[in-house]
Structures are given as structure tokens and as C-alpha cells.
Design a protein around this ligand. Structure first.
Ligand code: SF4
Length: 80
């Protein structure tokens, strides 16, 4: 079953600890040493938002839960 959801990463809060990367490989290290979402992204500023429609929301939630500074939020698209 797939879910539509939105993942936001607050790069101002991110401390480059990379607990998220090992839980969900969509989080990657950007060239500035902080995390970003998706391959190939380079030094995006502030908040990075990506939407997905797949069966991996649990991976994103695990990454969010693992982040020590709560920089990641995951929201299902029907939640308001
Ligand atoms: S776990 Fe949090 S602080 Fe660490 S890299 Fe990921 S988003 Fe940044």
C-alpha cells in the first residue's frame, strides 16, 4: 500500500549527525556537511521539502525519530 506524504528537513536545525542517513537512504549528505533529501542536491538552504507517494513512510518516520535535534518532520498528505 502506498501513502502520500511530505518530508521536511529543517537544515537550520540539522547538526550533521547523520542518524537519519542510516535509517532512510533518501537522506544524504550535502556538500556543506549537513543532510539533505534526495541524490544530487547541493547546499540547499533552510528547509528542504520533498513529497513521496510510496510505501516507505515508515522509513522516513524512523529517520525523523532518530534525529536528535528533531530537524525532520513527516506528514501524511491527508493530515491537516
Ligand atoms: S539526523 Fe537530524 S541532525 Fe542528523 S543529519 Fe539527519 S537531519 Fe541532520
Amino acid at each position: 500500500m502506498t501513502t502520500e506524504y511530505r518530508v521536511a528537513l529543517d537544515r537550520e536545525a540539522c547538526d550533521g549527525i547523520f542518524a537519519c542517513l542510516v535509517r532512510d537512504d533518501r537522506f544524504v549528505e550535502a556538500t556543506d556537511g549537513l543532510a539533505t533529501i534526495g541524490a544530487g542536491a547541493s547546499d540547499p538552504d533552510e528547509t528542504v521539502v520533498a513529497t513521496f507517494d510510496d510505501d516507505r513512510i515508515e522509513d522516513a518516520r524512523q529517520a525523523a525519530a532518530a534525529c536528535p535535534v528533531d530537524a525532520i518532520s513527516v506528514r501524511e498528505d491527508d493530515d491537516e
